[in-house]
Design a protein around this ligand. Structure first.
Ligand code: NAD
Length: 310
């Protein structure tokens, strides 16, 4: 598991260790933290290795989940060259490893490959509308190039690949100040400061709770070899930013005020997955409601902010 000490990676480690798989968690701790996997350290099914995926990795494994990559704009724009390298060199290194040890390999791709989409909701066949030279391009184009590499290894070397396109996911162990909208709003509400909404707040997003997403990723990894993807994974229920803020203020009993700031450049207006393929091929759909997921996430951030730790 590359990026195994991150938000999604650590939940995947939990699920796989629980099912008695031997998990090697590889991470350079750029955005991930040992705290996310500390509870697994004494477990004989779990091993943690500090490693940067832009360098080759020589290990013996049967399956690879390639999640390493900073996922929030604040972090991926911090060192954009390194972000592209992580996606592209990381994919090359992990695909090389998969080829050498004949492992099945899953790529955590993203809805950002659709850019600012002209069609709504987005289906896997849509090629996207991405700015190749903007401030988000290091992430978007890095992920697009990684998908290209996966499919070239699939065609050229008959590698057993799986590509999932993940839409906005939230839950416990998200980074408290990485600028992602759910964690941002929750932390601001819990601290009682202003809640910053970009633009008029009418832009929509769909939010998937982490447990639902992890279930889908594991189903994809277990699916037949005739399903390389790409496959959309996310929750199609759509909410405006203002609706999200209202819910969070309600659940936290916060006195925060909402303030509006200008929209960042290349920020998509709408994003919603079409998950017909995942429903048909993985027999999967999200089960956790936004209300229930938010309550779990708020409880987590309350613990983190109270110094007691997660
Ligand atoms: N969370 C989401 O909503 C979402 C949506 C779409 C795609 N994804 C993808 O899922 C994956 C995991 O995202 P996340 O939300 O858990 O983010 P995260 O930042 O919490 O996790 C990424 C992990 O990768 C590690 N990492 C970064 N660069 C690395 C490198 N060069 N070598 C080794 N490790 C490195 C980080 O330290 C971190 O532990 C990412 O690839 C991301 O692009 C996430």
């Amino acid at each position: 598991m590359t990026g195994g000490a991150g938000f999604l990676g650590s939940h995947l480690c939990d699920r796989l260790v629980e099912a008695r798989n031997e998990v090697l968690c590889v991470d350079n701790f750029f955005t991930g933290t040992k705290r996310n996997v500390a509870h697994l350290l004494g477990n004989p099914y779990f091993e943690l290795q500090r490693h940067d995926v832009t360098f080759p990795l020589y290990v013996e494994v049967e399956q690879i989940y390639n999640l390493a990559c900073p996922a929030s704009p604040i972090h991926y724009q911090f060192d954009p060259v390194q972000t592209t390298k992580t996606s592209v060199h990381g994919a090359i290194n992990m695909l090389g490893l998969a080829k050498r040890v004949k492992a099945r390999i899953l790529q955590a791709s993203t809805s950002e490959v659709y850019g600012d989409p002209e069609i709504h909701p987005q289906v896997e066949g849509y090629w996207g509308r991405v700015n190749p030279i903007g401030i988000r391009s290091c992430y978007d184009e890095g992920k697009r190039c990684a998908e290209t590499l996966f499919f070239d290894y699939y065609r050229q070397h008959r590698l057993d690949i799986k590509v999932v396109r993940i839409f906005n996911t939230y839950g416990p162990r998200m980074h408290p100040n990485d600028g992602r909208v759910v964690s941002n709003f929750i932390v601001q509400a819990l601290k009682g400061g202003d809640i910053t909404v970009y633009g008029d707040g009418q832009q929509t997003r769909s939010f998937c709770y982490v447990d639902d997403l992890i279930e889908a990723i594991i189903r994809m990894m277990k699916s037949g070899a005739n399903l390389p993807g790409p496959i959309n994974l996310g929750n199609p229920s759509e909410f405006t930013m203002l609706e999200l803020v209202e819910k969070i203020i309600g659940f936290t009993f916060s006195k925060s005020r909402v303030v509006h700031l200008p929209l960042p450049s290349d920020d998509p207006r709408q994003r919603q997955p079409d998950i017909t393929l995942a429903r048909e091929k993985l027999m999967w759909e999200p089960k956790v409601s936004l209300d229930d997921g938010l309550k779990e996430t708020i409880a987590y951030f309350r613990r983190v902010l109270s110094d007691a730790g997660p």
